[in-house]
Design a protein around this ligand. Structure first.
Ligand code: CAA
Length: 387
């Protein structure tokens, strides 16, 4: 087994680390506090190619592989999870979906501006009544009598980057009687009439990543903006999530590593009862568990990224790899953030340090792009073939 990173992988890891240290870390607490969207840092991320890492250069991306993508995500999340959420939605839920299922014209028109960071992409699957049960959607797209466009009505909820997005990959019912098989994917221009953005959700963590409800009121979708065939939308949504979850694993590992590094530093500096607290066995157990979980989690992430890259030529499903990586990494992020905060005691609970932010940010990784409970269902269904 060879764990050596290629020149490109080392290069993007170093570039992302430098960017995260210089541009993201210094503003993370400020954006967390204000809940403002970090436009300027996201613009700079775009200039460095981080908004379209796996997108071929002909469509404005960096043309790198899936391992490069997770290494970049990890470094940004290490400095600030909220920034990495915005980066992640652009890269996987939006760009990768169109790259995989879109026509040549769709790739040119809709991927190019988002991959270069000039525009922001988002993903519209969840609705107020359907989160984990994603197929239970109500948003309807009805084909016009002349066949030129669909008329879209309904509501999406919890849309990451919804308040600022320029384009959306969105799923709606075209044949409600067929349930999951009656769902179709579309690409929307968010600045068109009938696309109505709701209030920004006040969130526990990743506060600089803007989230809102979106309402569609007689929104006209040209037939040319349908992504894939009618009825293939649910499989498209799930395939996109299989890949997106690898990025969330990377985000979670970034948070887990930031928490671990802070704890490791503190246990050597902080003294109690006449010794550094790291010399006490209850602290040592925490350090050992954090380090072991983090290492295992990174290996699952790299395995999933490797499988995702290989699937680009084989077309194989990487459902299990993506879900395992996300499940383990998100629980590792929670574990490490919790342990690191506990090790710091009172100062960890204070906003003077980033520990409480890691703790709040880590929680979302167990919820979005499929809860930990859903990941377990997905893995078990794949393994057993039972439902
Ligand atoms: N790849 C390809 N096809 C898939 C698939 C996959 N990973 N998963 C399911 N399908 C297909 C199935 O094969 C099935 O087709 P057939 O009948 O032809 O076999 C069809 O889709 C329906 O599948 P299921 O019967 O398994 O569907 P289900 O209703 O039981 O739901 C589920 C399955 C796994 C629970 C799914 O609903 C799910 O993943 N839920 C979680 C949703 C989620 O992750 N939401 C996140 C929102 S986006 C977000 O969070 C972004 C953000 O903010 C950053």
């Amino acid at each position: 087994m060879n764990f050596t990173l290629t020149e490109n992988q080392l290069m993007i890891q170093a570039a992302a680390r430098e960017f995260a240290r210089k541009e993201v870390a210094p503003v993370a607490a400020q954006f967390d506090s204000s809940g403002e969207f970090p436009r300027e840092t996201i613009r700079k991320a775009g200039e460095l190619g981080f908004m379209g890492v796996e997108v071929p250069q002909e469509y404005g991306g960096a043309g790198l592989d899936s391992i490069c993508y997770v290494l970049m995500m990890e470094e940004i999340a290490y400095a600030d999870a909220a920034h990495s959420t915005i980066v992640s939605v652009n890269n996987t839920l939006y760009n990768n979906g169109i790259l995989q299922f879109g026509s040549e014209a769709q790739k040119q028109r809709f991927v190019t501006p988002v991959a270069s960071g000039a525009a922001i992409g988002c993903y519209g699957l969840t609705e107020p009544q359907s989160g984990s049960d994603a197929a239970n959607m109500r948003t309807r797209a009805v084909l016009a009598a002349d066949g030129s466009h669909y008329l879209l009505n309904g509501k999406k909820a919890w849309i990451t980057s919804g308040p600022v997005a320029d384009y959306m990959v969105m799923f709606a019912l075209t044949s409600p009687e067929k349930k999951a098989k009656g769902i179709t994917a579309f690409i929307l221009d968010c600045n068109q009439a009938g696309f109505i953005r709701g209030k920004i959700e006040p969130k526990l963590g990743i506060r600089a990543s803007a989230t809102c409800e979106i309402q569609f009121a007689d929104y006209k979708i040209p037939v040319a903006n349908r992504l894939g065939e009618e009825g293939n939308g649910f499989a498209i949504a799930m395939t996109i999530l299989d890949q997106g979850r690898v990025g969330i694993a990377a985000q979670a590992n970034g948070i887990a590593r930031a928490a671990y590094d802070a704890a490791l530093h503190y246990v050597k500096e902080r003294r109690a009862f006449g010794a550094p607290i790291g010399s006490f066995q209850m602290i040592q157990a925490k350090i050992a568990d954090m380090k072991t979980r983090l290492s295992a989690s990174r290996l699952l992430m790299l395995q999933a990224a490797w499988a995702k890259q290989a699937a680009k030529s084989t077309g194989a499903r990487t459902t299990t790899e993506g879900s395992m990586a996300k499940l383990f990494a998100s629980e590792t992020a929670m574990f490490n953030a919790h342990a690191a905060l506990q090790i710091h005691g009172g100062i960890g609970y204070s906003k003077e340090m980033p520990l409480e932010r890691y703790f709040r940010d880590a929680k979302i990784t167990e919820i979005y792009e499929g809860t930990s409970e859903i990941q377990r269902i997905v893995i078990a269904r794949q393994e057993t073939g039972l439902r």
